[in-house]
Ligand binder design. Structure first.
Ligand SMILES: NC(=O)c1ccc[n+]([C@@H]2O[C@H](COP(=O)([O-])OP(=O)(O)OC[C@H]3O[C@@H](n4cnc5c(N)ncnc54)[C@H](OP(=O)(O)O)[C@@H]3O)[C@@H](O)[C@H]2O)c1
Length: 236
């Protein structure tokens, strides 16, 4: 049913009154996004955000790789150091092997305080050693919060293989993206960016539930948003 302009303004006004930015505002305007870790996940998701019209700065330990990636993508893509990407981004995605997360916290943690940080990082014993064991014991969401104190963390892009991430925009909303966070405003901003990659975000709970978002855990694999909601309801 077509909405009249008056009806739209009433709905928008009620949304603002409820403390939520109205969708037309969120849907407009490009953002500056910093990416720390431009591998399988960072490269694929960053490319989708460039395609969506955002300014994206890629960073890693290999600036030459990031310059080549940015040149290949064109548009709003650029390369920088991790500190430059952390300073550049209104939103920053951190996507590194979990054993590197303490170093990222030391290198750029001061710049991430108060920023929305998308945490794709999953701990594994075999790959991440002592740090991985510590994070698995603590739970990945709470461990990331400890390593990046003051960041407004949203765990996302954890439970789906990177190989398909870059093509998700071709079938928008078909697959759901379970996310976990304690910060409602950060969820709102991250949700817009997740939709632009092609996934329908589903908040499954706070950061303490972030441990369920990884391979071998209940949310692993591609599912519809509806299926993810059912699994989340079964957890609580
Ligand atoms: N692959 C998947 O299917 C998948 C899916 C969901 C979530 N995840 C999780 O997401 C994270 C990234 O996975 P990935 O597959 O994209 O890994 P990846 O391909 O190995 O990429 C990791 C990136 O992190 C960079 N990096 C490493 N240490 C760094 C540091 N101290 N500072 C800045 N950058 C650093 C690497 O740079 P250099 O190349 O220069 O070392 C590389 O660009 C992991 O925690 C993974 O478990 C992976």
């Amino acid at each position: 049913m077509k909405q009249s302009r008056r009806e739209f303004l009433v709905v928008a006004g009620a949304t603002v009154a409820a403390g939520v930015l109205p969708l037309p505002v969120l849907a407009a305007g490009k953002m500056k996004i910093g990416i720390i870790g431009s591998g399988n996940v960072g490269g694929a998701i960053g490319a989708s955000w460039v395609r969506a019209g955002h300014e994206v700065m890629f960073s890693s330990l290999n600036i030459e790789h990031d310059k080549e990636l940015a040149a290949r993508l064109g548009g709003g893509a650029r390369a920088g150091t991790p500190r430059e990407a952390a300073a550049f981004g209104e939103v920053v995605m951190v996507s590194v092997p979990y054993h590197a997360l303490p170093a990222v916290g030391k290198d750029v943690g001061d710049l991430l305080k108060g920023k929305v940080v998308i945490d794709t990082n999953n701990p594994f014993l075999a790959r991440d050693g002592e740090t991985g064991k510590w994070a698995l014991d603590k739970g990945a969401g709470l461990a990331s919060m400890e390593l990046l104190p003051g960041a407004r963390i949203v765990r996302a892009f954890n439970a789906i293989g990177a190989a398909k991430m870059g093509a998700a925009y071709q079938e928008p909303g078909k697959v759901g993206m379970p996310i976990a966070s304690d910060d409602a405003k950060a969820v709102e901003i991250a949700s817009r960016l997740i939709r632009e990659v092609g996934y329908e975000p589903v908040l499954i709970g706070g950061l303490e539930k972030g441990k369920y978002l990884m391979p071998g855990q209940p949310f692993a694999g591609e599912r519809s948003a509806e299926e993810i909601r059912k699994i989340a309801a079964g957890l609580s």
